[in-house]
Design a protein around this ligand. Structure first.
Ligand code: AMP
Length: 537
């Protein structure tokens, strides 16, 4: 049955909160958000069964921020988490959600200086996210007052109980006003949690996502344990090592899609992105390239991918873990079509292991743990595939004119060295090389005197014009448009010269910024012999 897609604006949220959600790159609510947000907005207590990876933070964060009084600078909400890591993560998300309403959240946890936390608390924060021990410490010192608290959240309650925090939690709850709204989120619901909910909550609504039984297709399914900071490297290794046609990479948010695709481009892959901010024309152009195999990797959100039909996907990668088992099954069903063997890869951070277990249980998928290929294996795989291609060319024998060139090139040189040089040129071709070398200096970019030549990952294919680039740089770096020098726009990238004294600033403000609707990477260019420098505008 076709179900109507709920959007965030259906919840009657203020423009400040909607703006924050949009800036975070969320396209539509996750299942737990769909159910929880309206109930919390009505002021009721909630016991929610959900784990990290389902979007539970925003499920309570959105209504908390929405109902908060921005003119009151006292602590209005306290969120208890079992670990420091989660406290930081939740506080970050609360700060993002509260950005336009100017609501401040502060993480407080043990193991670091309490003085700094006291200073920050004195300045006034409206949301405190903390581990129980440290919260008690602040209460006892009188540095944290909970009399204004309207909402208390017990996040990952089962883990807090396992860690022996039950007495601390009850102590903290007693410090807060009786009329508060109390929320409890937990992946499992042992007896002790139910006891707490009975004792300290007012007829809480129990929210659990009904898990439709879904069946994962029979394709090869692997997960890799990868920390968030290592995901790009892991993805690149897999793309290099696997025998693949097309990779379809799924991310949660539009921002993540932009980041991943621009990081891949920076590393020399032919990657494209699609998500809700793209116009129909941009989508069509990306999809055309994808179908014509002009790109190796397509990075997408679930929403954007829903509307596309492509069949030659050899690998689906869950760069961010799916927020529910159904989404996992939908995503991986994109590979292995038309009787071809497909591979589904899932990146799992240590905090997301429970979510992976849930996905496996509900979809009855057999997802085996994989080990990322080593650099050596990557090199071997690349050599093998290159060898196959060379063999094809040799079998084809249509390279007579090239043979003559090689003969000429080899006069006075070692043929093996000629081959190595050509291979380097082939693998680190124009443009890619410019950004791969991190040691490129600003003084050696092949620019006119007094200028620095920069490399940017947008080009003709994204419909950029010289005027767009000048405007973007002039506006963002606050330099006069006429100070900007030669611009050379190629299909996939652009070179632009800027004054030496502004170069660092330009890189700083332009790198990862949006130009013509595309996120760009910007780096000093690398000079090339015989490179014809850009004509003046
Ligand atoms: P959580 O379960 O709260 O740890 O959230 C997991 C990840 O999903 C976080 O990176 C969130 O920023 C992201 N996320 C939460 N809600 C949404 C949404 N509606 N759309 C896309 N991503 C989301």
């Amino acid at each position: 049955m076709e179900k109507k897609n709920i959007v965030f604006s259906d919840f009657n949220l203020s423009s400040e909160v909607l703006k924050a959600i949009s800036a975070m790159g969320f396209e539509e609510p996750t299942p737990i958000q769909e159910k929880t947000i309206p109930v919390l907005l009505s002021g009721k207590d909630v016991v929610g069964q959900a784990q990290t990876g389902t979007g539970k933070t925003a499920a309570f964060g959105v209504p908390i921020i929405e109902r908060m009084d921005k003119t009151n600078f006292g602590v209005q909400s306290i969120i208890l988490t079992p670990t420091r890591e989660l406290a930081v993560q939740v506080a970050e998300e609360m700060n993002k959600l509260g950005k336009f309403k100017r609501i401040l959240a502060l993480p407080v946890y043990g193991g670091t200086s309490i003085e700094r936390q006291i200073k920050a608390l004195k300045k006034g924060v409206q949301v405190v996210v903390g581990t129980p021990g440290r919260v008690i410490d602040h209460i006892e010192r009188g540095t944290l007052k909970l009399k204004d608290v309207q909402v208390v959240v017990l996040d990952e309650a089962d883990e807090m109980l396992d860690m022996g925090f039950v007495d601390d939690i009850t102590k903290i709850l007693k410090e807060t006003p009786d009329e508060r709204q109390t929320l409890l989120f937990s992946a499992t619901m042992p007896e002790e949690i139910l006891k707490i909910s009975k004792r300290y909550m007012r007829s809480p609504e129990k929210i659990k996502i009904a898990l439709d039984s879904v069946t994962a297709p029979k394709i090869s399914q692997i997960f890799y344990e990868v920390r968030p900071a290592e995901k790009t490297e892991a993805l690149c290794r897999l793309i290099d090592a696997e025998d693949s046609d097309l990779f379809l990479v799924f991310c949660h948010t539009k921002r993540e899609v932009d980041e991943v695709s621009s990081n891949l481009k920076l590393r020399g892959y032919t990657a494209e992105a699609i998500h809700g901010d793209f116009s129909q024309a941009q989508r069509d152009s990306v999809m055309k390239k994808f179908r014509e195999s002009k790109i190796d990797v397509l990075v997408a959100t679930d929403v954007a991918a829903r509307g596309i039909d492509i069949s030659n996907i050899s690998h689906v990668v869950n760069y961010s873990i799916p927020q529910n088992p159904e989404s996992y099954v939908h995503r991986i069903g994109r590979t292995g079509r038309a009787g071809r063997e497909g591979v589904a890869i899932t990146f799992v951070s240590p905090r997301e292991e429970r979510q992976l277990r849930l996905i496996m249980a509900v979809s009855k998928a057999k997802i085996t743990k994989g080990k990322l290929p080593t650099m050596e294996q990557v090199m071997t795989a690349r050599t093998e595939s290159l060898k196959e291609k060379i063999q094809e060319f040799i079998d084809d024998k249509r390279f007579d004119s090239f043979l003559k060139m090689v003969e000429r090139l080899s006069v006075g040189l070692e043929p093996i060295e000629v081959a190595a040089a050509l291979l380097k040129f082939h693998l680190e071709g124009f443009g890619k090389e410019a950004v791969r070398e991190s040691s490129v200096s600003l003084d050696d970019t092949g620019a006119a005197p007094g200028m620095v030549r920069l490399f940017m990952t947008v080009g003709r294919e994204q419909n950029v014009r010289a005027g767009d680039i000048i405007k973007a740089i002039a506006d963002k770096a606050n330099i006069p448009g006429k100070a900007i020098g030669g611009i050379n726009i190629f299909d996939k990238f652009t070179f632009v010269e800027v004054p030496r004294e502004s170069a660092e600033k330009v890189i700083d403000v332009m790198h990862q910024s949006i130009v013509s609707g595309q996120k760009v990477a910007v780096a000093p260019a690398k000079p090339r012999e015989g490179d014809s420098r850009g004509g003046r505008r």
